[in-house]
Design a protein around this ligand. Structure first.
Ligand SMILES: Cc1ncc(C[n+]2csc(CCOP(=O)(O)OP(=O)(O)O)c2C)c(N)n1
Length: 698
């Protein structure tokens, strides 16, 4: 399968970078209309969308300052990262997207959410509108579309106010609005947190042959986060047959929270320059005028076409400005001069388009005021409704945390039809025993055949078969579309897995050693574990993260840890840790079919152990069912993974030498934990000891 030779070539030369365009396009509405690139009606839609966002944001200010009180005793709680001044970006982007194109958004995401939903609604047919509207009463509206727009705004505001009727049932709030029906994969309160998710979504779009693009909207601050590098390199890999359909769209509003991009926290003037680091076409990077909705729209039309042509990934930097502080408490004065603010206020995208529409005779100043009044009233009405919507009740605290579904009954629909090679038959010895490592490979092979959405990736897993040769041979059977090597980018391995799982694949990703998950903690703890819950339980995350532990091999402190407890601490992720060949096969198959994220921990010293595994039997083992590894009367030992072998030997010695009868319980899964079986055993023996290889601290 070796495809590329890397030879020692030392020819003198130099690396040349192509220029990166800055502000090349300076559109005016008049030019655009005369060239037939936009109609006045379309321009009015852009204008109205910007007005809706602006009024939405000022309503959030009014709610938080008490200027608008929807009912007596109302108290606003929650984040307020406002988008005033940056509206041209959300509206310019969303106006060119298809309903099914995806976006990921940021903590400053109200505008993205409002615009994505709005432009998706403009494209819906009646059936889609009805589906979107659900039970929302439509009698008082002139059309289903009008009703859908109100319902959309209501759901966004209700989410902000933490209500059950919100897009995410109030579990996400203002920094986590998502709507999968309209392609909004969600906003993220971790700066840069969505980089890899969006990249994984783009990978899944490509692998499933969908004609869609992904727009990863991020702030300038996020560009300095490690995941930015991992994600942009990931998207630029030469191994993709076609460029990934993703644009990283930087809303460079000049500041992180207060740290200034230019002249302070970076060494460059334009973040688009970073594109040169990732491929030979600079990721087609450019810097655009982000205070003009027509410029953004024009750039995004080109971007979309390019991405659908397989020319991604693309990097766009939009020069923009937030008119308010970082949030409503920040007045934005400690780090910004009046002169600077004034200069940017003169660039106001709403006023600019208004003036152009007036110049073209499409609006009068009075019409414009009227348009603003319509938007203001609409937002006021939906806000009153949203404020009076339902508060979640404590008993529903965990609703949506885990999906109840699996892919058990998919039948033949997703079966892999064409294998490149006949799958290997893993041999059993005369006692029906096989290597633990082969049991893993057999489970993977069977599940990859059973469901073509299952893909496997990680560091060195393809040709080499991974550090422990577990996946050796799968490449020959399934090819690189289904199993591939990745850069050494643990955070991106996990984060892309999440994005791909959200968009239809069932990835099994590998982190070589559990020690390395520490590089992926945000992706694991904040993203993978929380996504389903924070997005209201509205989507499934069929993602398996295989990893290994290996205390006892003499590899010292960075290759020997048992960190399962850290991950078990995050609600939303299941943790599986098998001890036998039989269990590893059955549990891995269950993990792959589960619609929840699973951390699957294999012990390196178990790989060469043998155990009985029935041949030709498609069995799974349910999560949360402990195994009694040894029956006893006097004491219960709860142990899992490799150390259970020592426990079983010790139990034999105790029985023989001291007459102590030890019961050994192997929980198999730590989340969910089979408390009943453990409690039953302890009730019987009256004593319990837990044995594992994890540190004693904490
Ligand atoms: C990883 C992380 N670090 C710090 C923060 C605190 N924080 C929230 S928003 C923000 C600024 C982000 O800047 P940028 O990405 O440019 O987006 P902007 O707020 O300017 O839209 C910071 C530092 C965070 N939420 N996440």
């Amino acid at each position: 399968m070796k495809e590329i030779n890397v030879l020692p070539e030392y020819n003198p030369g130099e690396i040349n970078f192509n220029p990166i365009p800055l502000f090349q396009y300076r559109a005016s509405l008049k030019d655009e209309v005369s060239k037939g690139k936009i109609t006045i009606d379309e321009a009015l839609k852009l204008y109205r969308a910007m007005l809706l966002i602006r009024n939405f944001e000022f309503m959030v200010v009014d709610l938080s300052t008490g200027n608008f009180v929807p009912y007596d005793g109302f108290k606003f709680i929650g984040a307020t990262h406002l988008y005033v001044g940056e509206e041209a970006n959300a509206v310019g982007i969303m106006s060119v997207l298809n309903k099914d194109d995806y976006i990921t958004s940021t903590h400053r995401g109200h505008g993205h959410s409002v615009a994505k939903g709005l432009f998706a609604i403009y494209q819906m047919d009646d059936n889609q509108l009805k589906k979107f509207l659900g039970d929302w009463p439509t009698d008082n509206y002139g059309s289903l579309r009008e009703a859908a727009i109100d319902y959309h705004l209501f759901q966004a505001m209700a989410e902000l106010l933490g209500k059950e009727e919100g897009y995410c049932h109030g579990r996400g709030g203002g920094m986590h609005i998502a709507d999968f029906y309209t392609g909004n994969l969600g906003a993220n309160a971790i700066v840069g947190g969505s980089f890899a998710i969006a990249t994984g979504a783009a990978m899944a779009v490509q692998k499933q042959g969908l004609d869609r693009i992904v727009v990863c909207i991020i702030g300038d601050g996020a560009m300095n986060n490690g995941i930015a590098h991992e994600a942009m390199n990931w998207a630029s890999q030469r191994q993709w047959k076609k460029g990934l359909p993703i644009v990283y769209y930087i809303e460079n509003n000049q500041y992180g929270m207060t740290g200034q991009q230019r002249g302070e926290v970076t060494g460059i003037d334009y973040l688009s320059q970073r594109g040169a680091g990732y491929n030979n076409v600079n990721m087609h990077a450019e810097t655009i005028w982000g205070m003009n909705v027509l410029t953004v729209r024009e750039a995004m039309l080109r971007v979309r076409e390019r991405l659908l042509n397989g020319e991604g990934p693309i990097l766009v930097e939009s020069m923009t400005y937030r008119f308010l502080g970082h949030n409503y408490k920040d007045k934005g004065v400690a780090y910004r001069s009046e002169e600077e603010k004034k200069a940017w206020m003169n660039e106001d995208p709403v006023t600019r388009l208004k003036n152009e529409l007036i110049e073209m005779g499409a609006l009068t100043e009075r019409d414009a005021e009227h348009e603003n009044e319509i938007a203001r009233k609409k937002i006021e009405e939906i806000t009153k409704k949203a404020a009076n919507a339902t508060d979640p009740v404590p008993k529903d605290m965990y609703r949506g945390l885990y999906a109840e579904t699996t892919s058990d009954n998919i039948g033949e629909e997703y079966r892999t039809k064409n294998l490149l090679k006949k799958p290997r038959k893993y041999t059993r010895d005369s006692e029906g025993k096989m290597l633990f490592r082969h049991a893993v490979a057999e489970a993977l092979t069977e599940e990859m055949i059973r469901d073509k959405r299952v893909i496997v990736y990680g560091e060195d897993v393809a040709d080499y078969g991974g550090a422990y040769q577990v996946t050796l041979g799968l490449l020959d059977i399934f090819g690189r579309e289904r199993i591939f090597n990745t850069p050494i980018s643990e955070a991106a391995i996990v984060g892309t897995g999440l994005g791909a799982a959200m968009v239809g694949l069932r990835p099994v990703v590998e982190i070589m050693y559990i020690d390395f998950i520490l590089l992926a903690m945000d992706q694991l703890g904040n993203q993978v574990a929380k996504a389903r819950f924070m997005f209201g339980g509205k989507m499934t995350i069929p993602l398996v993260i295989r990893t290994t532990i290996g205390g006892g091999k003499g590899y010292a402190g960075q290759h020997s840890q048992s960190l399962e407890a850290i991950v078990a601490h995050f609600p939303g992720i299941k943790v599986v840790i098998p001890s036998t060949a039989y269990d590893v096969k059955g549990l891995l198959k269950t993990a792959i079919r589960d619609d929840n994220p699973v951390l699957f921990i294999e012990h390196q010293m178990l790989y060469v152990d043998k155990g009985e595994v029935p041949e030709g039997v498609d069995y799974t083992i349910p999560f949360g069912e402990a195994r009694i590894a040894r029956e006893g009367r006097d004491i219960t030992v709860v142990a899992y993974s490799n150390i259970i072998k020592n426990v079983l030997s010790a139990a034999e010695i105790l029985e023989k030498e001291d007459g102590v009868s030890v019961e050994v319980v192997d929980p198999r899964t730590l989340v969910p934990l089979d408390i009943d079986t453990i409690a039953k055993s302890v009730n019987k023996t009256g004593r319990a000891v837990v044995v594992n290889q994890a540190p004693y601290t904490g």
